[in-house]
Design a protein around this ligand. Sequence first.
Ligand code: B3K
Ligand code: ZN
Length: 860
Amino acid sequence: DGHVYLADYQPPAWRIPHADLRFDLDPDATEVEARLRLEPARPGEPLLLDGEDLELLAIELDGQPLPPERYDYDGQRLCVHGVAAACELRTRVRIRPAANTRLEGLYRSGSLLLTQCESEGFRRITFLADRPDVMPTWRITLRAERRAYPVLLANGNPVGSRELEGGRHEAVWENPHPTPGYLFAIAAGPLARVSTTLTTAEGRRVELNVWAEAGDVERCRYALGAVERALRWDEQRFGRCYDLDVFNIVAAQDFTMGAMENKGLNIFNARYILADEATATDTDFLAIESVVAHEYLHNWSGNRVTLRDWFQLSLKEGLTVYRDSEFSADLHSRALKRIEVVRLLRGRQFAEDAGPLAHPVRPQRYREISNFYTLTVYEKGAELIRVLQALVGDEAFQAGMARYFADNDGRAATLEDFLAAHAAASGRDLSDFARWYAQAGTPELRISASFDEASGDYALEIIQSQPATPGQPGPKAPLPIPLRFALYGPAGQRVGAAPQTDAPVRGDLLELREARHVLRWPGLGFQPLPAFNQGFSAPVRLRFDYTPAQLATLARWEADPFSRWDLLQQLAVQAITGTDARVAATEALREVLAGLLADDGADPAFVAECLALPDFDTLAEAVPVVDPQALAGARESLLATLAAALEQPLRQRYAALAAAAGGGLQASAMAARALRNACLDWLGHLDTVPAQTQFDATATMTERLAALRVLLHRQAPGAEAALAAFRERFAGDPLVTDKWIGLVATRPAADALADVQWLLASPWWKPANPNRVRAVLGNLSRGNPLAFHRLDGAGHRLIADQVAAIDPINPQVAARLLGAFEGWRRLRSGLRESAEAALASLQDRLASADGRDLLDRLRA
Ligand code: B3K
Ligand code: ZN
């Protein structure tokens, strides 16, 4: 039926211990000669290799040309007949990088030639068993014209280079670590670098380089520092050292995802490398550091220990997201990092888990694996590592990680291997925990309290349930859920008494195992105020009926900043979507925010997070039927009301932070800018003059872009002039151009669609550049509910038409865009029909496997 099933896994029939590749690079026609050493692993099986759209020029077995009857090649698979023993296969193929708009395999980006192989792109370069459990060591020879391609990079260590005739030259690289084809990479072109050397904790001298096209190289310094920080952190926190003599990163303007962790040669979307304070925002800097760390950290979680098959994807991605978020939390603020992660999880992953694309963290089947690089596999996968850590405790978790790396080094592992290492280290049976990986959908906890006046007994009842999801109608087994909790007495004192319950309790951590648990405090004597899920210990939807006054009280009593932020979010959700509680919630919110704005002792970055009310996606998750106009309108009017009520404190705080916000990347300056920009945004509901003043005076992109956003989104008198000035100033910089385009595409109004149409007809529209597609269409579909969900259906039609247009150019980018429809069944009537019609219109217009798979699941 076109699906690949986890249950069908078979180990490879042939091993490939070594691969020797020779490239004659040319953008129009590159020739690749491959010598593969082959050994039968399961005697009697045919020799099959993957190879997609390759022009086969020559084929030899053990030095003898193969006659046509000895092999078949159908454009997808090469089958060599009549081989049973170890041998060497030599092939020569031609490929066409400049014609490769899919950006999978070998492709051209500007003056560079680059590769992207994960998941199944290697087969577009040459023949191989293109699966993660086939792991050759590699020798890679690159030859090219020196003038156009002075730098030639590949995986591993450089082992030689020489001049060739006719202005050509050659570089040879060796990767001694067994490495699957998906981690193969080469990069060639007029690259310049920033560089440093260091000695690892194991005593290895390593050269770190970040490469970019010559004009951009000065903007690579921050990324270089980030690599060094990540390398040191992995040594200290996990005892993992780097294992080659060089670590190279290359920045590319055309790149489908964020970045790629190829062994020793990471290739990055330029937006996650290039930065200085004039062209990148503070948010960009933090994102760069975190993506650089993520890819670096893959060297152990992904590369040294790789995957048996693609179903195990979260084994490297969830784990590496967990690792990079710990890195950021250790280097900066743990609470702020947690807030960022939980925003993404609640706003986007919960939506994925609740819609037609929901799937388990380890899917059981796929048609196109590219469609499973999802928030569920990445972000929920990372949360599961955190759940595991909470269940076994920090010390056992650390021991389990050490054991996992030691037992699986050089292997292609499974989630079972991961859980076995943790079970052994913690002495705990983790078979119930494994259900988290198999069951889709966000668990829900309903908690209700009861207090008996006569006896003074207090009790909490906790009921766990799992929603039905596509292919998993249920019923589903209960999950082990680590839930933090606290009880407060009438004056805000913590109740220390442990509850009576059949669930294990360690301090403030409760471990839910069954569908229902009751916690009793006999004779407590008063009705306490309970608080739950501090630090978001459990990735669940939690329902407990609080009044606005109770939420506001807890927001003062709770010490954990994450929880305080979370309680304010809940208050804001009540103030926006509530019925009876609305007025009271608004007033409570005003009071808490006024207190925060007046509190000079609070971290300004934290106050800024509290001022950022729940975004549209988070609100949409809180209501059963999504009415975008009503939700956005209610949010807008809450902001206007509060801005008017808080005008004085907003203006004061904005002015008081001016000096601290000046420049520099130290935490205090970033925090000051964050709070100033939050104030500016709120003030924009009343007055756009401060934004105009900030736009004219500032030197940093953080302040310039925030000011431009207010001017454009509030349609200030100076908006057009400011946009023109910004556009001119950064005309030569595609990444900054993406920024103003993003602001235009997210103006919160239905007629922003006309601006998007204008962009699509302008010279700025570059449908083959993934960053530009995201800037224009990703922002419209994911960041502008009023324009995307226009009542006349024009937003839905525009995105559907663009998906059809981009599908033949870059199917992965098109499929991502199509994912914006994932919430369509929950839209209010009228919009639901228009979304359904837009999807139906695509039925005969998508040719790619990516697009077809996604469309079928969306419409099922
Ligand atoms: N592993 C890559 C993602 C590859 C996506 C392929 N369609 C980047 C990362 O997660 O680190
Ligand atoms: Zn990753």
